[in-house]
Design a protein around this ligand. Structure first.
Ligand code: NAD
Length: 361
C-alpha cells in the first residue's frame, strides 16, 4: 500500500547520474525515469547493474526539446526531478562553449518551464501531491579561493571562471528565480569534484589510472599545485537523494568530502596504489611516478576549491562514508576489474549498441 515515488533523473547515463540511478534503485518504492540524450558522455553500459530492473525506464531525450519534455511529464507524473544532464568537461567548454550554453542554460530553462506547467496542473488536479525540482550543480560557480584557509559556503558570491562554470552558474540562477518568482519548489546542491567507478576516461583520475596502466605519460597541468576537494561519487549520490527527499525548498546545500588535495598529490597517491595493486608495469617502467610529465596550464585555471559542507551535515545528517584513501583504492580496484567497460569507451563501441542495455520508452 506504500506509494511509489517517481523520480525523473536527467543525465542518468552519465557518471554521477548513473550512480544516482543505481542508488535510487537500491531503495524500495522508487520508480526511476532516466532521461538522457546519450551524448559522448552518456553510456548505457554504466546502467548494466540496473538494466533489467522493472523500476527503471530509460528514455533517450534531449532537455532542449520542450515538446518531448511536456509529454514525458504528462505521461510519468514525477514527484521529484533530479536534474544532472549537462555538458560537464571544463576543457571541452574552453574549446567549444556552444553545447554548454545550449544544454546547461537553454536546456535547464526548458526543463524548468516543463516542470512549472506540470506543477501548476498537478496543484489543481491533485492538491495532495507534492513536487520538487532539484538542480545538481558544482562548487566551480564560486570561482577560486584566495587564502589557504577559506572555504566556499552557501552564501559565497558567484564568480565563475570557465564557460562550463559560467553556464552552471546561469542555470543555478534560473532555478532560484523559478523558485522565487513562480513558487516552483526547488533545491540546489553545489558539489566538489567527484571520482569513482564509471568515470569517463577524459577526467583526471581515470585518465591517470589508464595512462599509467598503458605506460603513457601522466600529464599534470602547470606545477600541479592546484587544490581540489574530492568526493567519492557514491557519497555524492547518497547526499543528493537525501536533499531531493528531505531538503528544504528554496535552500542550497554544499556537498564536499573534506579532502583537499593538490593535483600532484592525487597523481602520486594513484601511482603508489598502482604499485601495490598492479605491480606488473608496462614498457619496462621502474616506477609509475616516472611517467609524470608537466604540461602547460589550462587558461583561467582556478587555483583552489574547498567546500564547507557543514550545513548538509548539520541539517540533514549526511556525512561521507569514504575517506580519500579508501575511495581512491576502491576506484583503482574498479578500473582494474572493469577493463571491459573502459575498453569499450576507449574504442568507441560503447556508442554502438547504446540502447541495448536499458529499456527504451
Ligand atoms: P557527465 O558528463 O558524466 O554526464 C552528463 C550526462 O548528461 C550524460 O549522460 C549526457 O549524455 C547527458 N546529457 C548531456 N546533454 C544532454 C541533453 N541536452 N539532454 C539530455 N541529456 C544530456 O557528467 P557528470 O560528471 O555525471 O555530472 C553530472 C552533473 O553534476 C552535471 O550537471 C555537473 O555539472 C554536476 N557536477 C559534476 C561534478 C563532477 O565532479 N563530475 C561535480 C559537481 C557537480
Amino acid at each position: 500500500s506504500t506509494a511509489v515515488t517517481t523520480v525523473f533523473v536527467t543525465g542518468g547515463a552519465g557518471f554521477i547520474g548513473s550512480a544516482v540511478v543505481r542508488e535510487l534503485l537500491r531503495r524500495d518504492n522508487i520508480r526511476v525515469i532516466n532521461l538522457d540524450k546519450l551524448t559522448y558522455a552518456g553510456n548505457v553500459d554504466s546502467l548494466r547493474e540496473v538494466g533489467g530492473s522493472p523500476h527503471h525506464h530509460f528514455v533517450q531525450a534531449d532537455i532542449t526539446d520542450s515538446e518531448h519534455l511536456n509529454q514525458l511529464f504528462e505521461e510519468f507524473q514525477p514527484d521529484i526531478v533530479m536534474h544532472l544532464a549537462a555538458e560537464s568537461h571544463v576543457d571541452r567548454s574552453i574549446d567549444g562553449p556552444s553545447e554548454f550554453i545550449q544544454t546547461n542554460i537553454i536546456g535547464t530553462y526548458h526543463l524548468l518551464e516543463a516542470a512549472r506547467s506540470y506543477w501548476n496542473n498537478l496543484k489543481q488536479q491533485q492538491p495532495e501531491r507534492s513536487f520538487r525540482f532539484h538542480h545538481i550543480s558544482t562548487d566551480e560557480v564560486y570561482g577560486d579561493l584566495e587564502g589557504p584557509e577559506d572555504l566556499f559556503t552557501e552564501t559565497t558570491p558567484y564568480a565563475p571562471s570557465s564557460p562550463y562554470s559560467a553556464s552552471k552558474a546561469s542555470s543555478d540562477h534560473l532555478v532560484r528565480a523559478w523558485g522565487r518568482t513562480y513558487g516552483l519548489p526547488v533545491v540546489i546542491t553545489n558539489c566538489s569534484n567527484n571520482y569513482g567507478p564509471y568515470h569517463f576516461p577524459e577526467k583526471l583520475i581515470p585518465l591517470m589510472i589508464l595512462n599509467a596502466l598503458a605506460g603513457k605519460p601522466l600529464p599534470v597541468y602547470g606545477d600541479g599545485k592546484q587544490v581540489r576537494d574530492w568526493l567519492y561519487v557514491e557519497d555524492h549520490a547518497r547526499a543528493l537523494i537525501k536533499v531531493a527527499m528531505e531538503g528544504v525548498n528554496g535552500e542550497t546545500y554544499n556537498i564536499g568530502g573534506h579532502n583537499e588535495k593538490q593535483n600532484i598529490e592525487v597523481v602520486q597517491t594513484l601511482c603508489s596504489l598502482l604499485e601495490e595493486l598492479a605491480p606488473a608495469k608496462p614498457n619496462g617502467i621502474t616506477h609509475y611516478t616516472d611517467l609524470i610529465t608537466y604540461v602547460q596550464d589550462r587558461p583561467g585555471h582556478d587555483l583552489r576549491y574547498a567546500i564547507d559542507a557543514s550545513k548538509i551535515e548539520r541539517e540533514l545528517g549526511w556525512t561521507p562514508q569514504e575517506t580519500f584513501e579508501s575511495g581512491l583504492r576502491k576506484t583503482v580496484q574498479w578500473y582494474l576489474e572493469n577493463e571491459d567497460w573502459w575498453r569499450r569507451v576507449q574504442d568507441g563501441s560503447y556508442q554502438g549498441e547504446r540502447l541495448g542495455a536499458a529499456e527504451v520508452v
